[in-house]
Design a binder for this molecule. Structure first.
Ligand SMILES: Cc1cc2nc3c(=O)[nH]c(=O)nc-3n(C[C@H](O)[C@H](O)[C@H](O)COP(=O)(O)OP(=O)(O)OC[C@H]3O[C@@H](n4cnc5c(N)ncnc54)[C@H](O)[C@@H]3O)c2cc1C
Length: 393
């Protein structure tokens, strides 16, 4: 078999590339190879309107399962309603829409055993020749990044009665501060349906599932919401980058193969969220005139290195969060952050901070001890620190 472009992994990033190419470059022969039974796995991917341009929001629209005009944040000494749109893409919708666009160009339940710039070999031996290959196999883990973790477990709940929430609560940090900065994230999916996630910014990646299920149940009970049915569950352990060696990540190979999504470290360093970068990459690839192996390798590697360079300030903030603040006091950093102007907060999540924003973020009395904050200024390589990495964990 020979195709123009083989996309390895049918997760978020490669599905967005496939969708955008089907929309703009229908003449290209694509193939997505996904080891799971469905495209996109089991996720709910959310984003702020301000993370994307109007044109990007428009082409993503068919994948959006829920949209809300505003959202809320709750801290012990601050409650804030942000008058800004928030949206969720569901993996179910992604599977339906991208599956239809790809038709028979999605191979599901097939494992890729080997990748090269112009060919993939499936487990079982079938070789697919391709003009180019994109490795979108998700989070590579490993020793190249020094990480903290945003980890969560969420329950999809059908309630006995309406919950009365008009908008998502992205952070309710009035809960007990256990295992780092802890908050509950609630999305109202229908009048009597919620997704409720217990989340923490923690030093280690371990998920105590039983405890988290219990604390979601406890949170819901305290609000007087009776549960009729637990309709599903999702969990995540997302990388929060404190430092690392991006060149080493790329040098680990496979050599010369283009990458997308988490594989290319194309995510927001402070949230671990990758949807906005995946949308931007899909647009950039669709705009490339010739989609050859070398061009795509150069394009994806360059974007990854540039993002890494541009994000050094976020890694500094992450180090302050994880190293300077005691775990049970990390919430103070977010409480202070959410007192800043709404436009700055949007630019922060969009990964588009101005230098004046950076000054503003660092000005005033820091909510962490100054001496410990200063110690975070330098970025060390993980090999020299022996600090927590996903591999070490
Ligand atoms: C539960 C959860 C919720 C999240 N919520 C958000 C959110 O709200 N907003 C946001 O922006 N980000 C969110 N993220 C973070 C990030 O955006 C996701 O992890 C996103 O799915 C990463 O996209 P990706 O394409 O890089 O990898 P994935 O979506 O993880 O896709 C990788 C795919 O490759 C497949 N694969 C791996 N190896 C092989 C192989 N050898 N052969 C064939 N297939 C293979 C996997 O089965 C998988 O489907 C969330 C993550 C999780 C886990």
């Amino acid at each position: 078999m020979k195709v123009d472009l083989a996309l390895v992994g049918g997760g978020l990033a490669n599905c967005l590339i496939a969708l955008r190419l089907r929309q703009l470059r229908p003449e290209l022969e694509l193939l997505v190879v996904e080891r799971g039974p469905r495209l996109g796995g089991n996720h709910t991917w959310s984003y702020h309107d301000s993370d994307l341009t109007a044109a990007q929001r428009a082409w993503l629209r068919p994948l959006v399962a829920h949209s809300w005009p505003c959202h809320e944040l709750r801290f012990p000494r601050r409650v804030r309603v942000m008058e800004a749109g928030y949206n969720s893409v569901s993996s179910r919708r992604l599977h339906e829409v991208v599956g239809e666009a790809l038709a028979d160009r999605a191979l599901l339940g097939r494992e890729v055993a080997e990748l090269a710039p112009d060919r993939v070999r499936l487990a079982g031996g079938t070789v697919i020749e391709a003009g180019a290959v994109i490795d979108g196999r998700g989070d590579p883990g490993g020793r190249h990044l020094e990480l903290g973790f945003q980890k969560f477990l969420g329950l999809f709940l059908r309630l006995e009665h309406g919950h009365g929430l008009a908008a998502p609560i992205l952070m309710d940090a009035t809960v007990g501060q256990v295992d780092g900065y802890r908050f509950v994230y609630t999305l109202p999916l229908a009048a009597d349906e919620l997704l409720v996630e217990d989340t923490s910014y923690s030093d280690g990646p371990e998920l105590d599932r039983e405890r988290l299920r219990g604390s979601v149940r406890g949170y819901v009970r305290e609000r007087g919401w009776g549960v009729a049915e637990v309709a599903g569950e999702e969990e995540g352990v997302l990388p929060i980058v404190l430092g690392g060696d991006i060149q080493g990540l790329w040098a680990a190979g496979p050599a010369g193969v283009a990458r997308s999504g988490m594989r290319a470290a194309l995510f927001h360093p402070t949230t671990g969220y990758s949807l906005a970068e995946a949308v931007r990459l899909a647009d950039a690839i669709a705009a490339e005139r010739v989609l050859g192996a070398e061009t795509l390798f150069e394009l994806t590697r360059r974007r990854s290195l540039e993002l890494w360079r541009d994000n050094s300030f976020f890694r500094l903030l992450n180090r302050m969060l994880f190293r300077a603040a005691a775990p049970e006091r990390r919430y103070l950093i977010f409480e202070r952050f959410y007192g800043l102007p709404e436009s700055l907060i949007h630019r922060f999540y969009a990964g588009r901070l101005r230098w004046t924003d950076k000054l503003r973020l660092l000005s005033g009395r820091p909510p962490v001890p100054l001496r410990r904050a200063l110690a975070c200024l330098g970025e060390r390589r993980p090999a020299a620190t022996g600090a927590t990495t996903r591999e070490a964990a």
